[in-house]
Design a protein around this ligand. Sequence first.
Ligand code: PXG
Length: 290
Amino acid sequence: MKIYIDGRFYSERNAKISVFDHGVLYGDGVFEGIRFYNGRIFKLEEHVNRLFASAQAILLTIPMSKEEVAKATLKTCRLNKLKDGYIRLVVTRGVGYLGLSPYKCKKASVFIIAATIELYPEAVYRNGLKVVTTGTMRTPANVLSPAVKSLNYLNNIMAKVEAIQAGAEEGLMLNAQGNVAECTGDNVFIIRNGTLITPPISAGALDGITRRTVMALAAQAGLPMREENLTRYDVFTADECFLTGTAAEVVPVAQVDGRVIGEKRPGPVTLDLMRRYRELTASEGAPIYS
Ligand code: PXG
């Protein structure tokens, strides 16, 4: 495996970051998880744009242009001779001293890993996920904007731990008002009376690229869609529920806190959007080999 770090490629065992990097010391940095399918990176430009927006929000200067980041990402896939997989694109604050101030860090570091990914088992896409509500709530915007895809994932990780300990695959995270924000690494959608509903980003969700893609696919399919605050009751009583994320794609939810959702099996709207999403990922994206 060849890993990109700051303009050079390293073998897996030589790909190293300093213990003085503030990404390690404080989780000070931003990242993206990106998929590539059939030799094309899906939504590369959108991911690079979100990376730069996250960096802008935390006063982090990425020492490359967007075009350079996109090119380095494509090259990392190409050098690893991969056609399908998962990319982790990370920008850390860089090497500094002990002490919080990021102003002591001279230059941000950029690293890119292109690998394969373990999805949920195929059965989950046929039978649906088990989800539980977590006591750990989503970081409120007045603590750290949930729109920033930062290296601070501890609250999501703690929520994921709660979900796993409860025997579920995913955790449903609420905001400070008690409304649904999102899951630990995915956005949430429900279908009620033929309408697709998802919480607004202001409810405390990441502006998911898969979320946006699914909303566009719903519009193409002529499916009524709106953003609206959702309670747990709304999710429990939905006709269908699914999650979206780069890693998970579109994944049906079968059960939330022991309540069976709809007919338990993935519903027709979910199945249709899953199919449309797969068709799109198979045909669109920035070519790695050209
Ligand atoms: N919400 C959160 C909190 C996320 O981290 C999403 C939603 C979905 O966004 P995209 O743009 O991917 O549709 C994410 C991103 C994992 C993993 O291992 C998942 C994400 C990030 C890093 C790791 O499951 N999801």
